[in-house]
Design a protein around this ligand. Structure first.
Ligand code: ADP
Ligand code: MG
Length: 710
């Protein structure tokens, strides 16, 4: 355990006073900053101005005072490098003066430009290592916050990380740029529709986080969990998750206490943890925040992941954020609830109640459907990681095929528009004339939910369910935003030229939906029939990360990213390299751990156990037994051990081959096709052995301890 446990009294410290108490939010800035400076900050947040050094100086001074009052000793530029984790470099506020005293300092320059010596973060060749300078700059729209732990209190400044030459080196910069791109195109559409009130469009996200909890004493005994976050071995106990009796069940007290602490920590930083419940699998849980602007949600989700891990340790547990910690048990994802809203509070994916809002809703929804169909490969690539390969396309939720769930009613409405048909019943028997006739009210409840869909409409937003549980949500949202911005730009081109807007809206939806309705699927996405049906429809089904990532270097895609000023071709290439390398490294570690455990833990344990069985069998034979169960079992174990020995040798051989490959694509391909493939028989031998060996002779805790004991 690291750190002591804080106790909180929610009566003395009600949530209302606790919430955001460690966040340098707009409310705090309004109170502490001079009026004119606060107005400047708001203008910067709205994208109307750049942050000047003068304003930054005043904000920095105020931020420093606030942080010092709350006991902070250090500050850090908190950023998301391409490793997907967050990184921070701590600097002390203390700066010595010439007379030997110290001053608590923090300047405007340090706020807008930190200079982490972060040359060891991957840049895919963009930033030669001798050119060590990369800069971090405050993302003014994401509030600074205090991180409190036993080592002290640190002021964390959410930042974007860029190279000396302006290249994006992190996940935040492209996310912010993609939000701008979507804003530009959505505003064009809104203006063409006659909207004069909205000034800005933002994307909103509420990422639901799934994770497992295991007891730390079991976790510590498994090097696979320690080093890779997942179990490379483990056979299912008699009671699996078939009964699903854990789902929404009562939360055990130890976990409840942990959740309470997680909530309090997050609330203090201004991250709204709203609902928490048990998930389908044993010891699996979910935390849902209240949605917010995408970049803030992305920062918030990083904090959610860090806090879950930190608080779990404090409570003698370990949180597993890996996409597939256990074979044969549901994996973990991150449901990325996504929508588009105007600055004056209109959710553009909400059908609304009048003909105009209905027409706007259908137009924006059509744009999302078209984007998901045209850029399915890109969206798939945004979720491609070694961990997620165990979920997507591996008989598990959701499949690697991207489809959109609309529900029967909304599908029917779109079908009718596409076919220019009179609607039967659900639209009150009327021909839908956009901008004139209202839609029937669409169900917003869960009754019509389809939990198997990778991209589901849920009443007033879409839920992108392919995102992996350990991933930053920045990249999936960046790719999604760019794709939708592209389609909206084409819609805007048409609308701006049209004289009869209603006719134009109708025509655009008709054309778009007719062409892209193939991506709509309301049935069971886990079924075999769907895989065949999707193939017939021509929808891509890419199971492996290494194949999936390739699309990000295709000309059509890099052109689109350049056109929307999100990432240059060079930046896309560098990311492609980094992600491929990361994949290979991950598999390399997993295979290495597997070989180690097989040779140094399992082999000695099973041979010792088989030896004791043989001795018993020999003793029985000496007493005249012709055959004994001990002899049979020893024989079976010996056979399996032999096979395990050979399969492990084969794994070592293919691993060494993969390690020797230079070209990053060929290398990643070898890891996928040779190494991952050879890990399967090794695992299968070990898991069979586990079933034959006495529980106390097995060298590390099994699934039973990991999944059912907390
Ligand atoms: P559930 O899916 O459990 O029925 P909700 O539909 O209320 O619950 O929301 C699930 C998640 O979606 C929450 O994190 C919520 O904040 C988020 N969400 C709700 N509305 C939006 C929206 N307009 N944009 C983005 N996320 C949203
Ligand atoms: Mg959900």
């Amino acid at each position: 355990m690291n750190g002591k446990r804080e106790t909180f009294d929610l009566v003395e410290n009600p949530v209302s006073s606790l919430y955001g108490s460690n966040s340098f939010s707009n409310a705090v800035m309004r109170e502490r900053l001079p009026k004119n400076i606060f107005r400047e900050v708001l203008a910067v947040q709205a994208g109307e101005k750049e942050l000047t050094l003068e304003v930054a100086e005043v904000v920095a001074a105020s931020m420093r005072d606030w942080a010092l009052e709350k006991g902070a000793t250090h500050f850090t530029h908190w950023f998301q490098p391409l490793t997907g984790l967050t990184a921070e470099k701590h600097d002390s506020f203390i700066s010595p003066t010439s007379d030997g005293k110290v001053l608590m300092e923090f300047s405007g320059k340090e706020l807008i430009k930190g200079e982490p010596d972060a040359s060891s973060f991957p840049s895919g060749g963009l930033r030669a290592t001798f050119e060590a300078r990369g800069y971090t700059a405050w993302d003014v729209t994401s509030p600074a916050f205090l991180n409190q732990d036993p080592t002290g209190t640190t002021l964390c400044i959410p930042t974007a990380f860029i190279s000396y030459y302006g290249h994006a080196l992190d996940k935040k910069v492209p996310l912010l740029r993609s939000m701008d791109a979507l804003n530009r195109q959505a505003m064009r559409v809104l203006r063409a529709l006659g909207n004069t009130s909205a000034k800005r469009v933002v994307t909103t996200v509420g990422p639901e986080q799934e994770y497992f909890l295991v007891d730390k004493k079991y976790f510590d005994q498994r090097s696979d969990l320690l080093l890779t976050g997942r179990t490379v071995f483990g056979s299912m106990p008699a009671k699996g998750q078939e009964l699903e009796d854990h789902y929404y069940g009562a939360i055990n007290e130890r976990v409840a206490e942990f959740m309470r602490e997680v909530n309090i920590e997050l609330w203090k930083m201004g991250v709204s943890a709203k609902t928490q419940h048990n998930e389908v699998a044993p010891n699996q849980y979910e935390l849902a925040p209240i949605f917010t602007t995408t970049n803030v949600a992305a920062d918030g989700n990083q904090l959610v992941m860090e806090t879950i891990k930190k608080v779990a340790r404090r409570n003698g547990m370990e949180a597993l954020l890996h996409e597939k910690p256990f074979a044969g048990v549901n994996g973990s994802g991150k449901h990325n609830n996504w929508s588009i809203a105007t600055d004056d509070g209109v959710n553009l994916l909400d059908p609304g109640e009048n003909p105009e809002s209905n027409a706007r809703f259908l137009l924006f929804t059509a744009a999302v459907i078209e984007a998901v169909d045209r850029y399915a490969l890109l969206l798939r690539a945004s979720t491609a990681t070694a961990g997620n390969d165990h979920r997507l396309g591996a008989n598990e939720a959701p499949p690697a095929i991207i489809s959109v769930y609309l529900g029967s009613q909304l599908s029917e409405i779109f079908d009718n528009i596409a076919e220019g048909k009179t609607s039967n019943g659900s639209a009150n028997g009327q021909r839908i004339k956009l901008g004139v006739t209202s839609l029937p009210s669409l169900p917003k409840d869960v009754s019509d939910r389809n939990r198997t869909s990778p991209f589901a409409f849920t009443g007033n937003k879409f839920e992108f369910r392919m995102v992996g549980s350990s991933q930053s949500i920045a990249t999936p949202n960046t790719y999604l935003n760019v794709s939708v911005a592209q389609v909206l730009s084409e819609f805007a081109d048409k609308l701006e030229k049209a004289t009869d807007k209603n006719a134009a809206i109708q025509a655009i939806i008709k054309e778009s939906y007719s062409k892209h309705r193939r991506v709509v699927f309301n049935g069971n996405n886990y079924s075999e029939e769907w895989v065949r049906e999707a193939e017939r429809r021509g929808l891509p089904n890419i199971r492996a990360t290494v194949d999936s990532l390739q699309v990000t270097t295709q000309k059509e895609i890099t052109d689109m990213f350049e056109a929307h000023k999100v990432l240059s071709r060079e930046e896309m290439e560098s990311r492609y390299h980094i992600y491929l390398e990361r994949y290979s490294k991950q598999i390399n570690i997993e295979a290495g751990v597997m070989i180690e455990m097989a040779r140094r833990q399992i082999f000695p344990a099973v041979t010792a156990y088989a030896g004791s069985l043989s001795r018993d069998a020999a003793a029985l034979a000496a007493l005249g037994a012709v055959s004994s169960p001990q002899a049979k079992r020893a024989k079976k174990i010996a056979e399996l051990t032999n096979e395990l020995y050979d399969e492990t040798d084969k794994l070592e051989k293919v691993l060494e081959e993969a390690q020797g490959i230079e070209d990053i694509f060929t290398k990643a391909k070898a890891y996928r096709e040779k190494v991952v493939a050879q890990m399967a028989p090794v695992r299968s031998k070990v898991d069979s052995l586990e079933k034959l060996v006495a529980k106390d002779a097995w060298p590390f805790p099994s699934y039973e301890e990991l999944l059912f004991k907390l």
